[in-house]
Design a protein around this ligand. Sequence first.
Ligand code: WT7
Length: 630
Amino acid sequence: MAEDFDVRLAEKNYVPDPSYQQNSWLGDYQKAYAEFQKDPDAFWDRIAKELHWFRPYSRVKEWNYPYAKWFLDGKTNITYNCLDRHVINSRRNKVALIWRGEDDCERIYTYRQLFREVMRVANGLKKLGVTKGDRVCIYMPMVPEQIISMLACARIGAVHSVVFGGFGAAALNSRIAGAAAKVVITADVTFRRGKSIPLKHIIEEAIINAPSVEHVVVLRREQTQPVEIHKEMEIDFYDMIKDVKAECEPEVMDAEDPLFILYTSGSTGAPKGIVHTCGGYMVGTYYTAKNVFDIKENDVYWCTADPGWITGHSYVVYGPLSLGATIVLTESTPDFPDPGVYWRMVEEFGVTILYTAPTAIRMFMKLGEEWPGKYNLSTLRILGSVGEPLNPEAFEWYYRVIGKSKCPILDTWWQTETGMHMITTMLGEPMYPGFAGKGIPGVVADVVDKDGKSVPPGTGGFLAIREPWPSMLRTVYNDDERYRKYWNTIPGCYAVGDLAVKNKAGYIMVLGRSDDLIVVAGHNIGTAEVESALVSHKAVAEAAVIGKPDDVKGNIIKAFVILRVGHTPSDKLKNELLYHVRITLGPIAMPSEIDFVATLPKTRSGKIMRRVLKAKEMGMDPGDVSTLDE
Ligand code: WT7
């Protein structure tokens, strides 16, 4: 790829107040980076030592390309660092979690209360026969019990696999079956925009072809009409913990034992179960929560992500709790009952650090400045963004309207696979709108050609990571071949699958995916999954989907469908197909547009050329079409 990009934008930058860096945990970025480069193992050793280990590790890392082990022979439990440590020390009565429901009801947990609830649920799971290494699927709305269930699994060494509550039955089934989950924890309903959306029937359908499931734990939220519990297999969440003790010793985990599996869309075939471990993931999320977000004792930290995604795992739950932070969680959508809910919460809770997604920022931009203008946002000191490129317009709006031109903006680039932040502009460094930044201390990030050679500023290339890092994925569950692919696509590098370009200051701008993934409103959707959902409908012979740029969502999904003989295009059929995708994969994977077509562009080997469809859709030159079968 030798395209030239316009990097004039890079000349525009914002220089933040130097006190941000002076007062930060990390201090000077350049200095910290140089220290890391001088001796990477010593750098990570210093950080890991800030955490509690039941038995110290004997070595920081073992790198056997492409396999890494971190903190070898170390024994720990991430919940000890997230809970016991704070309860034993000075944070016993500090607020750990503030939760706000849609109807403004609130629940607040101190560290002691959260600790006790986690131990009760841990004991409840033990009672159901869950032991170290068993997989537990968590399919829940954004309620405290979702976080408590994750921590309860970690407490006893069970491997959680959280599935985002917006997924449909087929998506859920493939994730439960893929991980062979023994127990599923779910809820009767999720509340959204004033309505209750039933979840339990989705579970019932999803476990039909999942023989590994022995129990379904149901959190019953609907008071007036409680759902029925089918005793053969189901148990009420609070019945499970009615008579159990609120003490449960942490399971002693090896640093390399799996902590969780989290499924992410792949460019082909089934979703990939990304495997993270107890030691390295703990160190990576602790380090970044502390040094990227600079969370301090009195901060009120709010990451708006659903714990069902990696952002929620790392930066709602494990990172901030390992630091003893006060976190905010809400089930409410950003525009209900009005587009002021988020800003009202910032004012009411005195939020100091806010971490959200470009798609939300762009939605707020459209709704107008009067909404944030109604509330006092002066407590905010740091703003974060994640999930997709933060375009310069959105950056400037976020900076000016929300941050009042004083808060640094952290555009954090990372992935489910990386576990922790990898690229951003550290506090106090000059910010270039549109550019995420550079590798954080501990990370060697670069823009390279297909041979792994650095490309000069202004030339597009592949984003790649050159050295292993503690919270890197260790494998793809039951599919190590796919793990190796990350490391054998570009020689010597971890290939992330994104295209990027650097400016003269070495800052990296992420341009988008290079493979068949579509990032819709910050959610990674695999073209393969949507296509196979469409093809599973009786009227569809073939389908291809592409991402189409959208002002608010970043991308929308557009589908091209070839019908089977005997079926004719109609609006009714279109709606039927949309409904079909909604039921199988969930609303997030629904196409916004469907075109019925007679043929699809294919290579001679029969692969659909989505690139050609996309170019045509956008009125662009399709580039090299030498492999196209005319
Ligand atoms: C992909 C990873 C990491 C949490 C959310 C998504 C895109 C993520 C940024 C950013 C530009 C970004 C990339 C990446 N992405 N953050 N700051 N700027 N693009 O996790 O579902 O694993 O998706 O999201 O394409 O590869 P994920």
